[in-house]
Write a protein that binds this ligand. Structure first.
Ligand code: PEP
Ligand code: MN
Length: 676
């Protein structure tokens, strides 16, 4: 009898070995198929064929008395594996270096969920995986930005506890692109030392996410103190280090095995189907083969106009594109404003999707594409349980084509797009509090050339407010021709400018000189100014393009309007759609004035671009008693506003003393402008 069982077992083992061999053989053929498909340009999946295959399998199964549920379950897995394998062939993740290693930065340690998700994601890679374990998500992103690691793997959302806000906020600012996603089933366990039992526990170490996903179970242990830890594997490690039977932790089964601790209870999460979605980020975006089902993630802020979010979202409907996620987050530093994070099924390499994004851009004041990546949701082919395997499968009904907005014909091909009227026919209106810049509005920006002291900037703010100016200016970082001239008060000056603006209810504008200043200045100023000398400082333009404050871009003193609009394009193409142009005079052969104010630029720019245009007569003419007529001319010629310099004691001004208006001149100018 025993011998018989042994024989039978051997037989089963032989069959299993045979099954494994056949599965391996099937994989090999599947790989040959993808190579053939690559040559023919055919899509990876042929769901019609998959459906026929499944129906056939079910009908063969019936002949052998195998039930269809059992067979479909197995073959879904086989097809899934085959699709993943074929996708991997078209979309591999090679590091930039050729050292045969992949450096992956994660928050946490070996055995953490980020670690487990990474090993799952890179499972088909031949390279050796080297992990860089970091304490915070910030450090993970920084490691890749600096080139210490090739990929950052970051958790973004959990099906029970929701989005991970810190990671969303990081995505907004990072220069990294999303190149992949992974979905990992989280199976939380309660673990302890070898002598521990649930009733003995007095303290449980856990990551806050773990605690929130297992809140119901934890509530059933009212006598246990919860001690928060930076990740789940770390909690497991703590158990080993403390070796106290009264201590428990929430961690994965894998972490429990890795640290050789006892599992006291499995599946303690509120929801048994508990998944975490991870994003894989790299320094450069990765193009996804059009034959692979792809997803794209973006972050946007919609314009301050009624219905703009609805209009933005309707673009997806118009193009028949499926949105898979919409999440909103407050914009740090801009109370009551929201950024929308959106995922949709589509590939930025697809011209239709590019057209969709162009159209979407018209309803946004910030739009950043975070990346296109292969979708982890492998759609299961539906099978019709009543289908007759011999019947020809039905051809899917053709979708009615949706009407698409065709790009308008351009007379001359321009090197800029987002800045042009062809792209966006209606005026861009930039809102800062109650103030609107652009459209039919005319605004006045006034203030000193430089912030010099508390008293000086407060006197200026008072004067500006009293006489109806809308925005307070003041240079804190000054681009001076001579290195020996006053360079500005820096952040000390910015504190005063911000305080003066707040006291008098005026938004403030100040110049930024370098990319590494942008983030800090954007925290305190309402508008960032790019000075004439920096109009083609491309790294600075890109940096302000990534922030969400409006930017006023001054025309370079030797720049054509085409160059000005291309400089604006640098900012717009980084995501920031709130750009104001400023004509401040250009250098000509004329030496009687500081510069030559090019007023003809205004009607030309208004034709070429939808962006608001401000005139700065102060830097143009350079003489205080001739500023006012130019300011009036600017209004007449159609500018959306002016920027002027004034000073309580112009003769004593530390920069540009000759052009600063006296307060009485400013008051007269405001009176005159109102009459026009
Ligand atoms: C300014 O407006 O403070 C300034 C320095 O002007 P510009 O860059 O036009 O010279
Ligand atoms: Mn100045």
């Amino acid at each position: 009898m025993n011998k018989n069982i042994e024989e039978l077992r051997k037989k089963i083992n032989d069959i299993d070995t045979e099954l494994i061999k056949l599965l391996a053989e099937r994989r090999k053929v599947s790989k040959e198929v993808v190579i053939a498909k690559k040559e023919s340009g055919k899509p990876i999946r042929d769901q019609q064929r998959e459906m026929e295959l499944l129906n056939k399998i079910i009908s063969i199964g019936k002949e052998y008395n195998l039930d269809s549920h059992f067979l479909t379950k197995i073959f879904y897995e086989i097809i899934d594996d085959s699709v993943r394998l074929q996708q991997k062939y078209l979309q591999n993740y090679k590091p930039e270096n050729d050292a045969g290693i992949l450096r992956i930065a994660i928050q946490g340690i070996e055995g953490s969920y980020s670690y487990l998700a990474s090993t799952q994601f890179f499972a088909h890679n031949e390279e050796e995986l080297i992990f860089l374990y970091k304490d915070t998500f910030d450090e993970v992103v920084e490691a890749v930005e600096k080139g210490e690691a090739d990929f950052a793997v970051l958790p973004i959302e959990n099906t029970t506890s929701g989005g991970i806000n810190e990671v969303y906020d990081l995505l907004l600012h990072t220069t990294l692109s999303i190149v992949g996603e992974e979905k990992f089933q989280v199976k939380h366990c309660l673990i302890g030392t070898q002598d521990a039992t649930i009733s003995k526990l007095t303290k449980i170490f856990t990551h806050y996410q773990g605690a929130s996903q297992c809140s119901k179970f934890l509530a059933s242990l009212p006598n246990c103190e919860i001690s928060f830890y930076s990740d789940t594997a770390m909690s497991a490690k703590k158990i080993v280090e403390e070796n106290n039977p009264q201590y428990g932790a929430i961690a994965s089964e894998e972490a429990a095995n890795l640290f050789n601790v006892k599992i006291l209870k499995r599946n303690i999460a509120n929801q048994s189907e508990n998944f975490t979605r991870f994003l894989v980020c790299a320094r450069k975006p990765k193009e996804v083969d059009l034959r692979i089902p792809a997803k794209t993630s973006l972050v946007m802020a919609t314009s301050h106009t009624p219905g703009s979010l609805a209009k933005a979202i309707s673009v997806f409907h118009k193009y028949n594109v499926n949105m898979t996620k919409l999440e909103s987050r407050p914009i740090l530093g801009n109370p009551w404003e929201e950024m929308f994070y959106l995922d949709f099924e589509g590939n930025t390499a697809d011209p239709e999707i590019r057209q969709l994004l162009d159209e979407l851009g018209k309803y946004t004041r910030f739009l950043k594409i975070l990346g296109t990546y292969p979708s982890k949701d492998i759609v299961k082919t539906k099978i019709d349980s009543f289908a007759d395997a011999s019947r020809e499968p039905e051809i899917e009904k053709e979708e009615k084509p949706v009407e698409k907005e065709l790009p308008k014909k351009q007379k001359v091909k321009k090197s800029y797009k987002l800045a042009s009227r062809d792209y966006k026919p209606e005026d861009t209106i930039i809102k800062i509090g109650d103030i609107e810049i652009g459209g039919d509005n005319f605004i006045v920006i006034a203030g000193p050339c430089s912030v010099e002291s508390h008293d000086q900037i407060f006197a200026c703010a008072n004067e500006a407010k009293e006489h109806g100016a809308h925005i307070l200016r003041g240079g804190c970082f000054k681009p001076r021709t001579s290195p020996y001239s006053f360079q500005g008060l820096g952040f000390e000056g910015l504190n005063e400018l911000e305080a003066a603006g707040k006291t008098f209810g005026l938004p403030v504008i100040t110049e930024v000189l370098s990319p590494d200043q942008v983030e800090a200045v954007a925290r305190q100023a309402d508008i960032l100014q790019i000075g004439a000398r920096n109009m083609q400082n491309f790294s600075l333009l890109k940096a302000v393009g990534r922030c969400h404050r409006p930017v006023m871009l001054k025309r370079g003193m030797m720049s054509s309007l085409d160059e000005l609009l291309n400089a604006a394009e640098y900012i717009l193409s980084q995501g920031n759609r709130q750009v104001i142009l400023c004509e401040r005079g250009i250098r000509t052969f004329e030496t009687a004035t500081r510069n030559t104010l090019d007023l003809s630029a205004i009607p030309i720019l208004k034709e070429l671009t939808h962006l608001p245009i401000i005139v700065d007569p102060s830097h143009a003419i350079g003489q205080r008693d001739k500023v006012v007529p130019l300011a009036k001319a600017a209004k007449v010629v159609g500018a959306h506003g002016i920027m002027v310099e004034f000073h309580p004691e112009p003769e004593k001004a530390l920069s540009d003393p000759d052009q600063a208006l006296r307060f009485d001149q400013f008051e007269e100018m405001m009176r005159d402008l109102r009459k026009l």
